[in-house]
Every structure is written in structure tokens, then in C-alpha cells.
Design a protein around this ligand. Structure first.
Ligand code: C2E
Ligand code: CA
Ligand code: CA
Length: 632
């Protein structure tokens, strides 16, 4: 899977080799210097010794020379045989005649240097390895009688130097060997560490898959190869559905476990040569080689989707997973890394829009869609800043009395070029970024201001319901912001109802519930919007501190012919928790009659009132004051 970034020998090894060579040269030079020093000191010691011998002989032969006693002079000279380095010696009279001589026995004459005064040289030739000639004057009472010349051989010194050199070479080789062993071990360790670093830098530690960086490097190389060999490849981006919920409800340990299982499942669902990587928190990427037709890309993605849409056994629970997948094929959809990734990303976005557990293939029209979204984002930002949005209000009636008890604020945007754009289109665009926070704040301020005014002017108690996105709720200061808006508008907290959707709450359970508690504590009402479309688990109801739930219109629509059991169950369950029920999307009188019978508390829909302008709803309050009776 991984590729090496250093094709040649590693720079560390090269360095170790250079260091070793340097060490060898240093050893050689220092050995040479030591040898030279040793030679010098040996030679000067030899000269000094020879001088001492010459002086001793000169002292001892002065009488013999004076009395011309050759025999005793010869005897004195003979004492030199105990001094092994003296090769020869001779005594000369002042006339330059040889008086007596000595030569070391056993040394062939030819090799012996003759002791003669002509050979005595001044001390400057210290570096030569020639034999040493020294002379001493023989004198009696200050009167010179002759001289003695001693020849010391350097043979022994050379032998000693040779030993010394052998020793130095031996020691150096030993040191070099040790250095070699140490550096090879060290470079082996360094190479190991380098490998480990490379592994860490390119691998996701949790799943062991290549990480984002490694994936992009590989993608680049494989696309290059694909372009060279004219072959196809499909990039599949995979995003786990509701991964945040797993983390929030079961903890990060369970989340990590699930990611590991998914990594294994992904690896098993493609060939060994295909590339699988974890490129982000719950995002994976797969690059598969395509043998024949382009459609193999989406077929592989669908196979992966099926492989992931199953329960995964984690240590403490079994989790039903699913994923959204976006596919883009090289070179059909894109010819370079950047556009291949971006088109797969666009396809992934479309897959998420389809709902959970979907694989979507990139289509060029999606780029148009993505561009439109980007444009909408920028224009919506501006529209919020310039107050170019407005609100409409849809009335909510109490079933039992027929009283108008509230109105849901719904945002509207009339685009200067495209005309009216549905909130189902631009709200999700805003939800993709922090833009929803600004949008939500604008809606909240406007709705609270309007509601404060209509309640004051008509002396009524009609609440306003405002839709809140999960991203808003996750803002750490959300409840403070709401309280500030209430204070600014003068609206009583009990006349503000915030509509939160179940699926959005599930996405961040702990943070959501905490914010809801704070809002409830401030007297603000909460309602669970689109109930039944999210997790549809009635048992979750207990977890949320809500006052109302709004049955989604997909459940209301088939009434009264179909779907009564589920609506009945929702109503009775909600009532048992003390939660009021609102039915939305009521379009037909028969639906209204059935809901009233089933004990539904509040209705909202085209039948009882379409979303209308502020003036429209104000008119409604006026007529409300006159007649108020049960709706059915
Ligand atoms: P929602 O909160 O479920 O709002 C109810 C939607 O159902 C509204 O669509 C409303 O016009 C529509 N509706 C009401 N009665 C009927 C009916 O009898 N039949 C049918 N078929 N539809 C009915 P609208 O205004 O287009 O809003 C769509 C969605 O946009 C809203 O769904 C809400 O999720 C979002 N939205 C609207 N305004 C805001 C807002 O200010 N903030 C946030 N975060 N989301 C908003
Ligand atoms: Ca709503
Ligand atoms: Ca709704």
C-alpha cells in the first residue's frame, strides 16, 4: 500500500559511511604523528646515552692515553660490550691518529659504521635514521690529549619503532572495527526509526489505513499511471450516516470501534490492489480500478453500501450502520485529482440529500447544482444583511375550542432574479455553514417583534412558533441569545415556542438536551417538529424536555383511510408523557375530523389557514375576537 519516498540509500546511511571514513583518516594521521614523535624521542634518547658513554670513556682513558698504554685503553673500550647499542668506538690522539678501537663482536665489518671524527655531525640531523656518531674530548688537567668517538646503531631503535607502528595499526584497526560495528547498528536503528516515522505520517492510527495525506499522494500517482495506460478508476467517497449519534449516545470508544469495523468491511469489499483510506473523522475514500465500463464504479459503490448497511457488533451494543457514497470516474468525470475529488464530493452531497444509505454517481448537472448552492449562499448572506427576507405566519388552532392559539413563522426570500425561493432549498444551504446562525437570529428577532406587537395590540395570548436548526442550538450561547431577543422585543417567554426537529436533536443529544433545559427554565416552550420522520422511536420522547410534538404531514396525509394506528399510538404516548400533539399538513375536513376524534390537541394546515403575511394574520386576530367555536 505504502510507497517509499527515498529510492536510493537513505541519507542517514550515507552520513554514517562518511563519518566512518573520516574517523579512519583521523586515526591514520594521528598514528603517523605518534610514530614520528616516538622516532624523534627515541633518537634523542639514543644520542644522549651515546654522549654519556663517550664522556665516561673519555674520563677513564685519559691516564692510559697520557702513558700511551694501549692495552688499558683497549680494556676501557671493551667495557662497551655491555652497552648493546654501541656498535664501535675509537680513541684518537690530538694528532688524529687512532690510538685504540673497539667493534661489537658478531656484527659483520661491512655493515658496521667506522668510528671516525669525520662522521661526527652537528645535532641538526635529528630526523635521520642513520647511525649516531658522538665524540668527547679526552683531557688531563684541562689539557686536551685526544678524543673518543662512539658510534651508536639505530637498528634497535628502528626495531622498536616497527613494533610501535604494528601496535598502532593494530589498535587503529580495532577502533575502526568497533566504530564500524557501532555505526552499522546505529544506522540500522535510524533506518528503523525512519520507517516508523514514515508509517506514522502516512497511516491512520485507529484503522491502520492510509491517512488523507497518503491517500492523495497515491491518488496522484495512480491517476498518472491511469492516464499513461488509458485505464479507468472510480473514486468513491464514503460518509457514515449518523456517526455523531453513535459517538454522543454510546461514547467515543464505541465510535472508534465502529470505525475499525467499517475499515475492515471496506477492505474486504474491494480487491487487494484497490486503495482504501480514512480521510477524515467518519469519512473514507476508496479508489478502485475499473476493467471495462464506467458503470462498474457505481456498482462497486452500491456493493460497498450493502456491505456497510448491517449491524456491527461492538463490545457493548450492536449498531445498525449505513453510509452515503459519492462516485466519480476517472477520466470520464474528471481528469485530475482536484476535480475528481470535487466531483465525488458533489455526488456524495447529492447522496446525503437522497437520505441515508445511498450511493450516487456524479453527473455534470450536479456541478450546476453545486454552483447554484454556492451562489445562493453568497446571496442569502447579503439578503440577511440587507433585511431582504420576510416572514409569513401560518395559524395554529386548538381542536377542542377552535381558538387561534399560535402561528408558525416561516421565512420567505424573494430573490431579485430568480423570484421566490423555497426555504426547503435555501435553509439547507444555510445549514451547511454558520449562515444558519445569522438567518435563525434574524427570524427570531423579527418573529418576536411581530408577536410582541400583535399580542399587545389585540390584548391576546397568541404564541409564535419559530423553527430552530441544530447548528443554532449547538451555539454555546444560544439560550442567552434567545433570552436577549425576548427582552429586546418585550415578548413574554411563554409566548415563544421553538420548533426543533427530532433528527437534529439526535445528532447531538447531550448538548441539545442541555440547551433545551436552559430554555425551558427561562419559560420558553419547545416543540418537536416533523415527529416520526427521524428516529421514530417513541421511547426517545422521554429524553427531550418538550411541551409539544408535531406529527409530520407524511402521517397526516393518508388519514383517515390509512395510518390511523401509528397516529393513535403517537397521540396516546405523547399524552402519557404530558406532551400536547400538533398535527401539521391538515388539508382535508375528513383529516381534521379524524384528528379531533383521536384526541389531537392542535392543527395546522392549508385547510385551516395557509402561511400568510403579518397583515393577514392580524386580520385573523380581529375576526377571531368575534367568533371562536370548535373547528369541526
Ligand atoms: P416545517 O417547519 O415543517 O414547516 C411547515 C411547512 O409545511 C411549511 O413549508 C408550510 O408552508 C408547509 N405546510 C403547511 N401546511 C401545509 C399543508 O396543509 N400541506 C402542505 N403540503 N404543506 C403545508 P415552508 O414554509 O416551505 O417551509 C418548509 C420548511 O423550511 C419548514 O418546514 C422548515 O423546516 C423550514 N423553514 C421555514 N422557515 C424556517 C426558519 O425560519 N428557520 C428554519 N430553521 N427553518 C425554516
Ligand atoms: Ca416547523
Ligand atoms: Ca414540520
Amino acid at each position: 500500500m505504502r510507497h517509499s519516498r527515498h529510492p536510493g540509500p537513505s541519507p542517514m546511511k550515507e552520513m554514517a559511511r562518511i563519518k566512518l571514513a573520516g574517523f579512519g583518516v583521523a586515526l591514520f594521521v594521528s598514528g603517523l604523528v605518534l610514530l614520528l614523535y616516538q622516532a624523534l624521542s627515541l633518537r634523542s634518547a639514543l644520542t644522549a646515552d651515546a654522549n654519556v658513554q663517550a664522556d665516561m670513556i673519555a674520563d677513564n682513558v685519559s691516564a692510559a692515553l697520557m702513558f700511551e698504554d694501549v692495552r688499558s685503553a683497549q680494556e676501557v673500550l671493551h667495557s662497551l660490550r655491555k652497552v648493546p647499542y654501541v656498535e664501535s668506538a675509537a680513541i684518537y690522539t690530538t694528532d688524529g691518529e687512532r690510538f685504540a678501537a673497539y667493534a661489537r663482536p658478531g656484527v659483520p665489518r661491512g655493515e658496521m659504521a667506522e668510528a671516525s671524527p669525520d662522521h661526527v655531525k652537528p645535532a641538526k640531523h635529528r630526523l635521520s635514521f642513520e647511525d649516531v656518531f658522538v665524540a668527547a674530548t679526552i683531557a688531563q688537567n684541562g689539557k686536551p690529549l685526544g678524543s673518543v668517538v662512539v658510534v651508536a646503531t639505530t637498528q634497535k631503535m628502528l626495531d622498536e619503532l616497527l613494533h610501535y607502528a604494528a601496535f598502532i595499526i593494530g589498535a587503529s584497526l580495532c577502533a575502526l572495527w568497533i566504530a564500524f560495528v557501532v555505526t552499522t547498528r546505529m544506522s540500522a536503528r535510524i533506518a528503523q526509526a525512519e520507517k516508523k516515522l514514515e508509517y506514522l505520517a502516512s497511516t491512520d492510527p485507529l484503522t491502520g489505513l492510509p491517512n488523507r495525506r497518503a491517500f492523495y499522494e497515491q491518488l496522484e500517482q495512480r491517476l498518472q499511471r491511469g492516464a499513461d495506460t488509458c485505464s479507468r478508476a472510480a473514486l468513491i467517497l464514503i460518509d457514515l450516516d449518523d456517526f455523531k449519534t453513535v459517538n454522543d449516545t454510546l461514547g467515543h470508544g464505541a465510535g472508534d470501534e465502529l470505525l475499525k469495523h467499517v475499515a475492515i468491511a471496506l477492505r474486504q469489499s474491494v480487491r487487494l490492489a484497490d486503495l482504501v483510506s480514512r480521510i477524515g473523522g467518519d469519512e473514507f475514500a476508496v479508489l478502485v480500478a475499473i476493467a471495462k465500463e464506467k458503470a462498474e464504479g457505481i456498482r462497486t459503490a452500491e456493493r460497498i453500501a450493502r456491505a456497510l448497511a448491517r449491524p456491527f457488533d461492538l463490545p457493548r451494543a450492536s449498531i445498525m450502520a449505513s453510509a452515503s457514497l459519492g462516485v466519480s470516474v476517472f477520466p470520464d468525470d474528471a481528469a485530475d485529482v482536484a476535480s475528481l475529488v470535487s466531483s465525488a464530493d458533489i455526488a456524495l452531497y447529492a447522496a446525503k440529500g437522497v437520505g441515508k444509505n445511498a450511493a450516487v454517481e456524479f453527473h455534470p448537472s450536479m456541478t450546476v447544482e453545486a454552483r447554484r448552492r454556492a451562489r445562493l449562499d453568497a446571496q442569502l448572506r447579503k439578503a440577511i444583511e440587507t433585511d431582504a427576507l420576510h416572514l409569513v405566519y401560518q395559524p395554529q388552532f386548538e381542536c377542542r375550542t377552535g381558538r387561534l392559539i399560535g402561528a408558525e413563522a416561516l421565512v420567505r426570500w424573494v430573490h431579485p432574479v430568480d423570484g421566490e425561493i423555497s426555504p426547503t432549498e435555501f435553509v439547507p444551504v444555510a445549514e451547511d455553514s454558520d449562515l444558519i446562525v445569522a438567518l435563525g437570529h434574524w427570524v427570531l428577532r423579527r418573529a418576536c417583534r411581530d408577536a410582541a406587537r400583535w399580542n399587545a395590540e389585540h390584548s391576546i395570548d397568541v404564541h409564535v412558533a419559530v423553527n430552530v436548526s441544530a447548528r443554532q442550538l449547538r451555539q454555546p450561547r444560544f439560550s442567552e441569545d434567545v433570552k436577549a431577543v425576548l427582552a429586546e422585543s418585550g415578548l413574554s417567554p411563554h409566548l415563544l415556542e421553538l420548533e426543533l426537529t427530532e433528527s437534529q436533536l439526535m445528532a447531538n443529544m447531550t448538548a441539545g438536551v442541555e440547551a433545551m433545559r436552559q430554555l425551558r427554565a427561562a419559560g420558553i416552550r419547545l416543540s418537536l417538529d416533523d415527529f416520526g420522520t427521524g428516529y421514530s422511536s417513541l421511547s426517545y420522547l422521554q429524553a427531550f424536555p418538550v411541551n409539544k410534538l408535531k406529527i409530520d404531514r407524511t402521517f397526516v396525509n393518508p388519514l383517515p383511510r390509512d395510518g390511523q394506528p401509528i397516529v393513535t399510538a403517537i397521540i396516546s404516548m405523547a399524552h402519557s408523557f404530558g406532551i400536547a400533539v400538533v398535527a401539521e399538513g391538515v388539508e382535508e375536513p375528513a383529516q381534521l375530523a379524524w384528528l379531533d376524534d383521536a384526541g389531537c390537541d392542535i392543527v395546522q394546515g392549508y385547510l385551516t389557514g395557509r402561511p400568510m403575511s403579518l397583515e393577514g394574520i392580524t386580520d385573523l386576530f380581529n375576526s377571531e375576537c368575534e367568533d371562536s367555536e370548535p373547528l369541526t
